[in-house]
Design a protein around this ligand. Structure first.
Ligand SMILES: [Zn+2]
Length: 285
């Protein structure tokens, strides 16, 4: 299962400190770029929306930053911010799901792995749902499903376009079949949006995998992705073991998927807002 898989922290391969020499603590002022391996001042990176100023690699951003990037002046109204999972299965893995939820809620200041919001994008009223990759791997459970459904209903009600930014390991294991049912529920909702002739733009960011890829992330009128994003259903190791073949270079990255017709465009983060604005003008006006 890929929903909880995380990249190793960037500092894991730092050279061992010898002879009791102390390592200088930088208090997280610096960050190593995953693309060019250079050490970058974190503030420089953040002021450039976590896009490396040296090589252009896209690091992950949280849902709040994402909404600030897309909405005019970073202004928006949040919806359903207090929806919480009821832990329908009473699930326990290495710890009880309810405890996991609680600690995630404290860390991220969110009730679940999504922010649903309304505001203006280049002057046009839109509904945007942004997934939070830090919240149990951005996994989709009943709350994420319900938030998207309600966003779809607001879109139909107010005749507004929908944008969903995915960053997810897939369906949330701790909610079992309830998570999987969200795939059908949202797909049916998007059908209604389509019947109302309202556009849905899906933005796939690093990572978008599992049940999220297998449902709404790939159902956009436009499916856009950020450069270098991991996008797939099962992980490469599982696929290699199943088909007993070596996978090609760059497999499951945005550029590979674009080349093979799975995406409509790969758009750099700094151009994303303008791109979506232009697309909506084409769809709506
Ligand atoms: Zn870089």
């Amino acid at each position: 299962m890929s929903w909880f898989k995380r990249d190793k922290p960037a500092d894991e391969k730092l050279p061992q400190v010898e002879n009791g020499e102390r390592r200088v603590r930088t208090e997280g002022l610096w960050q190593k770029c995953e693309g060019c391996r250079q050490i970058i001042w974190k503030k420089d990176l953040e002021s450039n929306w976590n896009v490396c100023t040296k090589c252009g690699a896209h690091s992950r951003i949280d849902a709040v930053t994402r909404l600030n990037l897309l909405f005019d002046d970073g202004e928006y109204t949040r919806f359903d911010a207090d929806l919480r999972s009821s832990d329908p299965l009473g699930f326990v893995d290495s710890k009880p799901y309810s405890d996991r939820l609680q600690s995630m809620q404290q860390t991220t200041k969110l009730c679940d792995a999504m922010i649903a919001a309304a505001g203006r994008l280049a002057g046009r009223p839109v509904q945007i749902c942004a997934m939070e990759p830090r919240f149990i791997g951005g996994s989709m459970g009943s709350v994420v499903g319900e938030m998207i459904m309600r966003a779809i209903e607001r879109c139909i009600d107010k005749r507004q376009p929908l944008v969903i930014v995915s960053a997810s390991g897939g369906a949330r294991m701790q909610e079992g079949a309830v998570s999987l049912m969200q795939m059908a529920k949202i797909s049916a909702g998007l059908m209604r949006l389509d019947e109302a002739r309202l556009p849905f733009i899906s933005i796939l960011t690093d990572p978008t995998t599992g049940g999220v890829t297998a449902s709404y992330a790939m159902l956009g009128d436009l499916n856009l992705a950020e450069p270098g994003a991991l996008i797939g259903f099962a992980g490469p190791r599982v696929i290699e073991q199943t088909i007993r073949q070596k996978l090609p270079e760059g497999f499951q990255r945005s550029e590979f998927l674009l080349k093979h017709g799975m995406l409509d465009a790969v758009v750099p983060r700094l151009e994303l807002k303008q791109y979506v604005a232009t697309a909506l003008r084409f769809f709506v006006d």
